[in-house]
Design a protein around this ligand. Sequence first.
Ligand code: PMV
Length: 289
Amino acid sequence: MLHSAHGKVILLGEHSVVYGHPALAGALADGVTVEATAGRGLLRIPQWELVIDPAAALEVPLARAYEEIRRRAGEPAVDLALTFNLPTGAGLGSSAAMAVAIGRALGLQGAALADAAMASETVIHGTPSGLDHTVSIAGGFGLFTRAGGLSALRAAPLRLVIGHTGKARDTKGRVARVAQLLGERSDEVRGRFAAIAELVARGADAVARGSYGELGQAMTENQRHLEALDVSCAEIERMCGIARDAGAFGAKLTGGGGGGCVIAVGNDAAVADAWRKAGFQTFAATVAA
Ligand code: PMV
């Protein structure tokens, strides 16, 4: 049987979310699929030419993460074949989608599924906020805060174009840099967090009304704050400029920044074309339940 789970994007509010402010997140229609067949617990990932055998006690993080999920599911006698339908290591929640799809394939649901996914994410990321697996399980749009978790937001599916800078994102380094700036220029940084929180509220309202021009405007304003918080980079700024010139309503980095992915809303075919011509990898995505 085939099981699946969503990837995610942060539409607005990364970094300020670390300090308790809300972020607007969306589940990507694509994510990870897992096919379960009778077996002895093998996890196959053909795209990586990788087979994890729980009997072999591999010490790589992926094997330990898988073991966390398998143990919680009571070690069922099934083999799994996993396929990534979105780029990995790009801030699009592929590791959380992997954990959720594996958990589902092993029969977990509800709180047990969320617990297993959090355990897997903790092995892979250290101290995850929990946003990725929560969005992966819930689907659709949601407002996320560290204290309150995810509250669902009803809205029509949203088409996005996602482009990769070609540089690895630097979530750890950029989170540390924002902490440093908060120490050095506290009033300014707090003011930016508050401004971003307002953009999140405006963006959530715009998404609910299907007003993508307003969402794009909020994204572009959010990007200005992210640049001032030192989490952007030359490639991200260049991609945002190309997207706006190609008719996007708005564009910004998504996730940790310093590299990684840029998202744009509006005129997605023209934006994708312009990014591709400039040498960036792009793909279309839909935020959906
Ligand atoms: O790079 P990602 O997709 O893991 O997103 C990081 C988001 C931050 O707000 C920068 C950090 C966090 O833990 O929320």
